[in-house]
Ligand binder design. Sequence first.
Ligand SMILES: Nc1ncnc2c1ncn2[C@@H]1O[C@H](COP(=O)(O)OP(=O)(O)OP(=O)(O)O)[C@@H](O)[C@H]1O
Ligand SMILES: [Mg+2]
Length: 298
Amino acid sequence: MTLMLRLCRRSYATKLKDHQVTMMARGLPKREPLPGVQNIIVVASGKGGVGKSTVAANFACSLAKLGVRVGLLDGDIFGPSIPLLMNVHSEPRINEKNLMLPPQNYNVKCLSMGMITPPDGAIIWRGPLVMSAVQRLLKGAEWSPLDVLVIDTPPGTGDVHLSLTQLAPITGVILVSTPHKAAVDVTVRGAEMYQKLKVPILGLVENMRYSICDNCNHRIEFFKKQTEAPHKRLPKTLISLPLDSHIADCGETGVPVVIKNPDSEHAKLFSQLARHIWSILEENQKTNETKNETKSNT
Ligand SMILES: Nc1ncnc2c1ncn2[C@@H]1O[C@H](COP(=O)(O)OP(=O)(O)OP(=O)(O)O)[C@@H](O)[C@H]1O
Ligand SMILES: [Mg+2]
């Protein structure tokens, strides 16, 4: 191929890309704060099945136990699990402003595509439809007043994650990963995406590194080799959750472990996570208030 032809093709490709970006941007809503919602925390991971939804549900319930006003949005459009985990299946009512009213359980307002779409219907949606579904859940609902809206996300860094960052200011991301290399690698990539989008990463919830025997309290390590190296590439570990049959059982029964066994070690770990994140959010708020005061005095 001649150099000229190659250059022409490249410039056509660039133009096409620019054109596509402009066209797509035209349809995008502006990033605006959600009225009456102080903070948005996204729970994410590059990998599927590592415990994102379990962490999101238990974290939201633990925040609620602290007296924080919490919502839980199920951003997993294709495989919603929040209705099952939180035992909320009823279709949301609509208020006079045509906004959905998220049903509440365990003092957490919940909303999921699983409450809106028929359970047996296949969901075949492409990018723009995913975007509009996320937008409907985020902005088509009466979330206010909330201190924290927790968002559970599907695996990876696809349409849902980009839509969320384009639609509303995200306060921070909690990453979830098991210690195995395949999960760590994609979670690191996910972290890089959020860094590029300038969304703060609050830390990592490590899941299933170990297990504690119910009878003799012996700790069994599953990932002896994956110790230091993967951690260097991941953000700070906030808590490390054991693989535990009670956590798995709770996932099936619609009663999160922090509600069913409030005195368990798992509940203590989730409470530690909730208190840590809440203290960061309170600190942020104080800093913002001081900044605003300084601005208004000058
Ligand atoms: N620490 C744990 N101990 C025992 N079971 C767990 C633990 N964490 C998660 N599970 C179980 O693993 C399964 C997957 O968890 P979960 O649905 O939270 O993962 P996910 O990352 O949200 O998955 P997906 O990518 O499909 O959305 C569930 O059955 C859940 O109950
Ligand atoms: Mg999930």
